[in-house]
Design a protein around this ligand. Structure first.
Ligand code: ZEM
Length: 290
């Protein structure tokens, strides 16, 4: 606390950043406001970690979580990032408490912490991101994040650009077991599952076992189940309709262990895209023995 970030300038007592202490404070924040959505900030923190990372373009090696560029306009005001101010604001006191951590490390660590705290797998995470100053980078163009009303080709265009394959795309999409859509953020409405604050493979079970039909309303194209309570985006349905995506959807619906393992690997990879980890930095810490 209040210690210099660089061990080499830390004087006699060597400074060791305590990332577990950061995790603990994030965990305490998750259910600190029972009036927020379904009672947890977990889902919106996972979405922050995803959107800060999902700007990555492997062809130009631009975008990604390094830099925490969502602190600045225009990225902070992209339509795709609507509502993520809640997540950034929630983490601001954590940044104040641990000034040595970068925003980019904090936002991704919070996402990894939230997944695990909500009952999901341990997501391998390592530090090493730094925050760009405003004059240190070229702003990412808008349009790098996916649109929910589009098709499988769009989903592939977006995720292949980051360097993911079909299996990883389906695994990552399982994050929609968490949280909900908000009319005032994306225009879509409702949760994907009846347990939006628990990380599980329920999203895939709903996708494959429930009956989905177009919602009749004035809002954007989305699907609803018979109860009208649960929803799917067109991009969610596309996973079921696409011959190459579907086998993974079926597998994850049946095998939660396989989903957890593949999600943890893909989410960890997502949060590391474009991050210049120092030479010799070991691969992200593996899951602890349980
Ligand atoms: Zn989402 N996502 N997402 N996503 N997402 C929303 C909410 C959440 C897409 C999408 O358009 C939307 C991934 C992939 C894709 C989460 C995690 C991850 C919402 C609702 C939309 C519209 C936003 C709102 O109104 O608040 C599309 C089109 C995707 C790919 C094709 C991936 C990958 C994710 C993580 C690994 C999460 C956790 C939420 C819930 C947020 C909340 O506040 O409850």
């Amino acid at each position: 606390l209040g210690m210099p970030p660089n061990p080499s300038t830390g004087g006699k007592g060597e400074f060791k950043p305590d990332y577990d202490a950061v995790r603990k404070v994030v965990e305490e924040l998750l259910e600190s406001n029972e009036d927020y959505d379904d009672g947890s900030y977990g889902p919106v923190l996972v979405r922050l970690a995803w959107h800060t990372s999902g700007t990555y373009d492997k062809n130009t090696n631009t975008g990604g979580s390094n830099g925490a560029t969502m602190r600045f306009l225009p990225e902070s005001a992209w339509g795709a990032n609507a509502g993520l101010g809640d997540a950034r604001d929630l983490l601001e006191p954590v940044k104040q408490k641990f000034p040595w951590i970068s925003y980019s490390d904090l936002w991704t660590l919070a996402g990894a912490t939230a997944v695990e705290a909500m009952g999901g797998p341990h997501v391998p995470w390592r530090p090493g991101r730094s925050d760009y100053a405003l004059d240190q980078f070229v702003a990412n163009p808008d349009g790098r994040l996916p649109d929910g009303d589009k098709d499988a080709k769009h989903v592939r265009d977006i995720f292949y650009r980051m360097g993911f394959n079909d299996q990883e795309i389906v695994a990552l999409s399982g994050a929609h077991t968490l949280g909900r859509c908000h009319a005032d953020r994306s225009g879509f409405v409702g949760p994907w599952t009846n347990a939006p604050t628990t990380f599980s493979n329920l999203y895939f079970q709903e996708l494959t076992e429930n009956k989905w039909r177009k919602k009749k309303w004035n809002g954007p194209l989305q699907y609803e189940d018979k109860s009208g309570q649960l929803m799917m985006l067109n991009t969610d349905m596309a996973l079921l309709w696409d011959k190459k995506f579907k086998p993974y959807v079926m597998q994850y619906a049946k095998d939660e262990e396989a989903f957890f393992k593949d999600f943890a690997a893909a989410f960890s990879k997502l949060m590391e895209l474009g991050v210049p980890f120092p030479e010799g930095s070991v691969a992200a810490t593996p899951a602890p023995q349980k």
